[in-house]
Design a protein around this ligand. Structure first.
Ligand code: NAP
Length: 260
């Protein structure tokens, strides 16, 4: 089956909604999109950071739409503002996510619930808001930032890993349904990126990249119409290989080479 889907000829003038724009990877994507001349709707909970980003753009280039991804009505209201002000949306870029390190000996249900609410139901709420219009217009891009941590079980990710595995599955099914309808789905799986979320890690992160590099990979992948956007390749390809190994070899490698 062909994996071809529409890309983006240029970001100039494109109507983009970045959810999770106040920090890290989302902030770097937002800044790159603003510089490229896209119209950018910026969402996250911290209003002052949204407004600082908005100030980087020209008059009327950006919209500051504070919201909490765990509240569907706030997402719906923000989307209504976008369609009212711009008469439509071309790209939903859902970057928002939380990471709470969890192992078996500190597994807390409240933390797991919080993770699933933000990382699984959050993107589902945003997709539910934008899909009906995109289906009607037979065009649009849905891009969701998951993680290579969703490829297979990795230590310290007892809720985060399942939340990202769910997003891989979600994107695969969305692609199956939407590609024949003219819409594009972009499943984004970063390796380690130096952001406030990973600053808490107490281990050496292999193949660590900057948020600016991550944004460059994401925007280039979307522009090229790629479904499976993963980076940095030296790390993401290794993890893709690990997940196809038989379990005894997979766990042997984890126990002997992953020192966390
Ligand atoms: N950094 C990495 O190594 C790495 C690797 C693979 C995947 N990822 C994924 O990349 C994405 C971004 O991560 P990051 O490292 O850039 O993290 P970050 O710097 O902590 O940024 C997280 C963003 O998500 C937003 N957010 C979190 N909870 C929210 C909520 N309830 N409502 C609205 N916005 C919310 C935050 O905004 P507010 O706090 O203002 O709400 C912030 O803009 C996440 O999905 C993460 O899982 C990161």
């Amino acid at each position: 089956m062909s994996m071809r889907q529409p890309g983006i000829s240029q970001y100039l003038g494109l109507r983009v909604w970045v959810i999770g724009a106040t920090s890290g990877i989302g902030e770097a994507c937002a800044k790159a999109l603003i510089s490229a001349g896209a119209k950018v709707a910026l969402s996250g909970r911290r209003l002052e950071r949204l407004e600082a980003l908005c100030a980087l753009g020209e008059d009327h280039q950006c919209l500051s739409l504070p919201l909490d991804v765990t509240v569907a009505s706030q997402i719906d209201l923000a989307y209504q503002t976008i369609t009212h002000d711009w008469q439509g949306l071309d790209l939903l870029l859902f970057v928002s996510g939380i990471y709470i390190p969890l192992r078996a000996d500190n597994f807390a249900l409240a933390a797991a619930e919080q993770t699933i609410d933000a990382n699984v139901l959050g993107p589902m709420r945003a997709v539910a808001a934008v899909l009906p219009d995109m289906l009607k217009q037979h065009s649009g891009h849905i891009a969701i930032v998951g993680s290579v941590a969703g490829y297979s079980g990795l230590p310290k990710a007892l809720a985060y890993g399942p939340s990202k595995a769910a997003m891989i599955n979600f994107c695969e099914i969305l692609f199956y349904d939407l590609q024949p309808r003219g819409l594009s789905v972009h499943m984004i799986s970063p390796g380690f990126v130096a952001t406030p979320a990973t600053a808490q890690n107490d281990f050496a992160m292999p193949a660590l990249i900057s948020p600016e590099k991550a944004a460059q990979e994401i925007l280039a992948g979307i522009q090229a119409g790629e479904f499976d956007i993963h980076f940095p390749k030296r790390f993401s390809r290794f993890l893709k290989f690990l997940r196809i190994l038989p379990y005894p070899i997979y766990f042997w490698i984890l126990r002997n080479f992953v020192k966390i």
